[in-house]
Design a protein. Structure first.
Length: 199
């Protein structure tokens, strides 16, 4: 059993080292943080969505913006598209491919931002959500583990962080990137929270 634990950690370490050397991906993360800071500066809202584990990450991202990340501070306007009533209504009546796009149509406003998570880069409901957001004049940030030209075309920023053969490595990268984005946003709006951390 120990060898499997060590192999898993070594694989994760190798993937992380590859990401550290991926200048394009790191630049995209910086661009995403800058965009989100601009949206919040203009009192815009951020919506996050994804399927399965990506949904869990979207919810985690939103709650740490509205609530608390490391230290107490004011909330930032972020919502995960995770309302069970909405998802089951639209999924049943219109089809699962529209569960996120219908929410964006109802709530999104020009200048808001959609942060969409797709491990595979092929989720049809994510593509529909991005299309709906762009049609409303919203910004779109995609976090994925594979390049997808259709999603890339519908996004302002496409953060592609391939982690290996399976989805779990991509998900591990993604939660780290989401935490980095939250930290960079906090450092901008609440610098006092980082005074004792060598900001």
């Amino acid at each position: 059993m120990k060898q499997h634990i060590m192999a898993s950690l070594s694989e994760a370490q190798s993937a992380l080292n590859s990401l550290l050397k991926n200048a394009d991906a790191l630049k995209k993360v910086e661009e995403a943080a800058t965009l989100l800071i601009d949206v919040f500066s203009r009192r815009g809202r951020v919506y996050a969505c994804g399927n399965g584990g990506s949904m869990c990450d979207a919810m985690h991202f939103a709650e740490e913006l509205t609530g608390r990340y490391r230290l107490d501070r004011g909330g930032l306007a972020a919502t995960a598209i995770s309302d069970t009533g909405h998802l089951t209504c639209v999924g049943n009546d219109l089809g699962y491919e529209q569960v996120f796009s219908c929410y964006i149509d109802a709530h999104g406003r020009p200048g808001d931002c959609l942060v969409a998570l797709s491990t595979s880069g092929t989720s049809k409901n994510i593509l529909r959500a991005a299309t709906a957001a762009k049609s409303l004049g919203m910004h779109v940030i995609i976090l994925s583990g594979k390049q997808n030209s259709a999603l890339a075309e519908m996004s302002d920023i496409y953060v592609n962080t391939p982690g290996g053969k399976f989805a779990d490595r991509v998900q591990e990268f993604r939660i780290k990137i989401l935490h980095i984005l939250i930290e960079l946003i906090e450092r901008h709006f609440f610098p006092e929270n980082y005074v004792d951390q060598g900001a």
